[in-house]
Structures are given as C-alpha cells and as structure tokens.
Design a protein around this ligand. Structure first.
Ligand code: AR6
Length: 365
C-alpha cells in the first residue's frame, strides 16, 4: 500500500529505511532516537560522528547496522514554540528531505515516526496532518511505500469531528439493529399467538403491523442507477440502454472498474493513487478480468471513483461481497460514502483508530 498508518515500534520495521527524529548533533538522545541507536548498535553512532550534525528541517542518511532496516535517515524536527516560528514549514521539510534521500538511495519503502511530536512538543494532531499532507503530496509522483508508525491508538485522531461522527453513526446503527431484532421477536410471538387462536395465514398477515415488515435497514440497491457524483462531473448522465444494461450485469469487477475509470475521464494512475492502491496491484487487476480483490480494495476504488452507495454495493457484488450491518468496516464506509467523505487518508485515520483494516492495498489483496 503506498501510504499506510501502522501501530508499531519503529525499530522493528523492516522497510528499506526508517527515519530518526534526531537532534542537531546527530549523536543520539532519548525517545525514538535513543531506541534506534540502542537497536542499531554502536556502529551507528560511529558513522553519525562523521556527519557533522544536521540543521533543522534537513536530513542525512546512514546504514541501519543491526536494525531490520537497511538505512536510517536522520532528520531534525523543529521544537514547537507556539507555531509562529516557521515550525510547519520546517516539519514539512523534514519529511520532504527524508523522502528525497530515500529516493536517491533507491528505497522502495520508508517508515516515519511522528517527527517532533514527542520531546519537541509539536501538537500531535497538527504534526499528523503535516506528515499526511507532505507524504501524500510526495506520493503523487512516486511509487514508494511510506509507513507512518504511531505508538498507541492515535488518541489525537479520536478528537476529530469525522471520527466522532462515525462512532455516533455506528452506535445508531447498532441501536437500530437491536430494535429490529426485538421487533422481530415480538412479531414472531404475535404470529404464534394468532396461529394458536386459529387465524388463517391471510388474517395473520393482515394483523401484522406494517412497520414490522419493513425495517428499512439498507438503502435500496440500484446497481445501474447513474446518480451523478460530485467533484468528478465527467460521468455519463443518460441511462444506459437495455442491451448495455444486460451486458453489464455479468461484467466482473475488473472490467467494471476500468469502464468507470474511463467514464470519468480519469487516468489509471489518478485512480489507483486516489485509492491508495499499489501500482503493481493495479496492473494485476487490469490484466486479469477475473481478478478477485479484497473488500478493502473495492472500497478504496469506490472512494477514488466517488461512487454512490448503490454503485458501491454494485461494485462489491461484482467482487463477491455485500455490505453487512454487522460489519463495522461496512458501517464506517456506508457513513463516509453517504456523507461524501472521499478522502482515502482521512477515512484510513478513522479506520486505524477503530482497529479496522485500512483501505487500499498492496499484494495482500
Ligand atoms: N516507535 C514509533 N514511535 C515512537 C517510538 C517508537 N519506538 N517511541 C516514541 N515514539 P520523539 P521528537 C513516538 O521524542 O519530538 C530525542 O531525544 C512518540 O510518541 O522521539 O522529534 C532526539 O534526540 C512521539 O509521538 O521525537 C531529540 O532531541 C514521536 O515518536 C528529540 O528527542 C516522536 O517522539 C526529538 O524529539
């Protein structure tokens, strides 16, 4: 996956490079810096002694020694002094310069901690948005896989509006499901009572309250409804003819995906990048009309293509999936799609905090 948030200890990451939030001496310290030096062994400090320090916002590269990572990229984040001292630009420069060094060293993967968000006091939520914005801007023109390694659940994400709204929605859906289950139980008891009282089938049906017959849990599935999506605007507005419709009913996931990309006038790269999907995985999908993706991959493309809920259900069906109210992932996706949240990174932050699988995917499908 091109950009992934993971919960881990950065010294355990077996990426080509890991990034060390160091101080300007580059001679070790506490926090991640200390942990990296301990895990890499004394040879790392030896090499660092020869680097002559590093200025805030810049980066230098060394070998990884005893670490699983081949390289360590040392960068010096800004100390937070209230935000009026160019902290944001300096922090962004840390990510950009580190990524540039990783690229020069031909790294295919690199892992960052949240630079400056510990001893240097940068507010975590803001540090996270600088990290996400800078990394995703870089990935627009690069095929590298970048990990943002967080300690803990990212408490700062749970304070965000989208997270709170999604959690409220999940609670509502669960409450609604419980009410439906209770109603079904009551309905069955009444049905049995009427049966015992000798009412025939039609009489019992007539006695049933209409609200019990339509729990209205899922939005209607209308696979071919070409509801206009906001933002992309290049979709065909006319309904397809019947011949076309019948042909499309049997269309598999891969042909349907490629057709929708074309209909929107997007390039393949625009689409797989917006979906946070690996280029290699996209070529696999492209070259195999029978390719069966994972559910998170389908959701990722639904987000990239800004599909409506009905269109998403249709695409899922073509990959052999359905939306279920008992799946938390599905409920989160239903919320995001219905509320026009089509930013895969924003959605992934919420999924990460809820311990759910993230959207987009590499070869894990
Ligand atoms: N893996 C991933 N993240 C971690 C780990 C870990 N093993 N340990 C801590 N974090 P910090 P800074 C998180 O203080 O703010 C050093 O002394 C941590 O929760 O390591 O840039 C240097 O020498 C926090 O969110 O880096 C400098 O003097 C983030 O990583 C100074 O600290 C960064 O915390 C640099 O301070």
């Amino acid at each position: 996956m091109p950009f992934e948030i993971v919960r881990n200890d950065i010294t355990r990451m077996s990426t080509d490079a890991i990034v060390n939030p160091a101080n300007s001496s580059l001679l070790g310290g506490g926090g991640v810096d200390g942990a990296i030096h301990r895990a890499a062994g004394p040879e790392l400090l030896e090499e660092c002694r020869g680097l002559g320090g590093c200025r805030t916002g810049e980066a230098k590269i060394t070998k990884g020694y005893r670490l699983p990572a081949k390289y360590v990229i040392h960068t010096v984040g800004p100390v937070w002094r209230g935000g009026g001292y160019g902290e944001k630009e300096l922090l962004s420069a840390c990510y950009r310069n580190s990524l540039r060094l990783a690229e020069e060293a031909r790294c295919e993967s690199v892992a960052f901690p949240l630079i400056s968000a510990g001893a240097y006091g940068y507010p975590q939520e803001e540090a996270m948005s600088v990290a996400v914005d800078t990394i995703t801007a870089f990935l627009e023109t690069s095929e590298m896989t970048v990990y943002l390694v967080l300690f803990g659940h990212g408490a700062f994400i749970t304070g965000k509006k989208l997270y709170r709204d999604v959690v409220e929605y999940i609670d509502d859906v669960y409450a609604e499901t419980r009410v439906s289950a209770r109603r079904a139980h009551v309905r069955e008891s009444l049905w049995r009572r009427d049966e015992a009282a000798g009412l025939d089938f039609d009489q019992r049906l007539a006695a049933e309250e209409p609200e019990y017959t339509s729990p209205n849990l899922n939005a209607p599935s209308a696979p071919m409804a070409a509801a206009p999506s906001e933002g992309l605007g290049k979709k065909k507005s006319a309904l397809p003819n019947w011949k076309e419709l019948l042909k499309r009913t049997d269309e598999g996931f891969s042909p349907a995906l490629l057709r929708m990309i074309d209909e929107r006038g997007m390039t393949d790269a625009q689409c797989y990048k917006r979906a946070n999907v690996d280029r290699k995985l996209f070529s696999k999908i492209r070259s195999n009309p029978d390719y069966k993706p994972g559910k998170t991959t389908v959701f990722a493309f639904a987000v990239a293509l800004e599909l409506t809920l009905a269109e998403t259900k249709d695409l899922l069906r073509r990959a052999g999936f359905a939306i279920s109210r008992s799946s938390k992932l599905d409920i989160v996706m239903e919320y995001c799609i219905q509320h026009g949240v089509y930013n895969v990174y924003e959605i992934n932050e919420v999924l990460f905090s809820l311990d759910l699988p993230l959207l987009g995917s590499g070869f894990r499908g």
